[in-house]
Design a protein around this ligand. Structure first.
Ligand code: HEC
Length: 297
């Protein structure tokens, strides 16, 4: 009897708890604006838009013409503020350039070298084995020139930024092999600047962008606009196209061996399938002659 009462009590307790949780969950919606103001907003305010990328999926590959356009956007616009300290000029040969073209490209940059015999550091013209340098002597100078925020190095940026997609999306991502969060984010950020809605305070030197991962505004002014970079292959010279191309280029910079990785992955799966078949046949032949309790043979 006692047992029955206590189990009834605990049932009632659980039901009560459920009700309380439901009430809790309903609260933010009910309380409306007043409640939302007190809460810390979740950044980014808007999730990145999903784009089509040639390098998506198990057979993804880079589109070299796109990477070449992306390099043009990076070197003519972004490199005024962003370095790529881990990417050597010589790797540009992978985009389809000749050795001579890469040498000529590197010669546009100046890098610091030294010390020389007098113990002084000196500047010289870059060669193919040098890396994309920073336009600033140090991080403090970079921050001082950009309203207190140093432009991050771009070598790994496309892999370093990924907006969490939340449940259940991340479960589906395992099957669709979604790995383009970085370029999707960069593309949305570059095309996502807008005027701040009424009531949103943008700090001095900040620029409102609902796609920015860490706040509602960032210290980078909109870097791209239509017709800013000249394309020689007839590709539309639009903000959207520039943003796509430079995002693809940054993905390549961050993961130059993506194609080889995907190819290897595919071969491994094929191998495992064949291997599974062989193991199964081996098992059958090994146990074929063994006595079995309910064996038919
Ligand atoms: C005038 C200098 C300047 C130029 C030109 C510039 N950026 Fe930036 N960028 C910045 C600064 C400063 C930040 C740091 C912003 C912050 O943290 O508030 C930044 C940050 C970023 C970020 C990181 C945002 C994050 O999530 O932290 C990305 C991506 C980016 N820039 C892409 C680009 C691309 C692509 C280009 C070229 C099309 C470019 N930038 C050109 C100054 C610049």
């Amino acid at each position: 009897m006692n047992k029955l009462v206590s189990s009834l009590l605990s049932l009632a307790f659980v039901a009560g708890l459920g009700g309380a949780v439901a009430a809790q969950e309903a609260k933010p919606g009910e309380a409306g604006a007043a409640h939302a103001e007190a809460e810390t907003p979740h950044y980014p305010l808007k999730h990145p838009k999903l784009e089509e990328w040639s390098f998506a999926g198990p057979f993804g590959h880079y589109d070299k013409a796109q990477l070449q356009r992306g390099l043009k956007v990076y070197s003519e616009v972004c490199s005024a503020c962003h370095s790529m300290r881990l990417v050597p000029f010589r790797t540009l040969e992978e985009l389809g350039y000749s050795e001579a073209q890469v040498k000529a490209f590197a010669a546009n940059y100046k890098v610091q070298d030294g010390p020389n015999d007098e113990g002084e550091m000196f500047e010289r013209t870059a060669v193919a084995s040098d890396y994309f340098p920073s336009p600033y002597p140090n991080a403090q100078a970079a921050a001082a020139a950009n309203n207190g925020a140093a432009p991050p190095d771009m070598s790994l940026l496309a892999k370093a930024r990924g907006v969490t997609r939340g449940f259940p999306q991340f479960v589906f991502d395992m099957f669709t092999q979604y790995q383009e969060g970085g370029p999707d984010y960069i593309h949305s950020l570059l095309t996502g600047y807008e005027t701040a809605p009424a009531g949103v305070q943008v700090p001095p030197g900040g620029h409102y962008n609902p796609y920015f991962i860490a706040a509602s505004s960032l210290a980078m002014p909109p870097p791209l606009s239509n017709d800013q970079v000249t394309y020689d292959d007839g590709t539309p010279q639009t903000l959207d196209q520039y943003s796509k191309d430079v995002s693809a280029f940054l993905m390549w910079a961050a993961e130059p061996h993506l194609e080889a990785r995907k190819r290897t992955g595919f071969m491994v799966i094929v191998f495992l399938l064949i291997f599974t078949g062989l193991i199964y046949l081996t098992k059958k032949s090994v146990y074929a002659s063994k006595e079995h309790d309910n064996a038919a043979h």
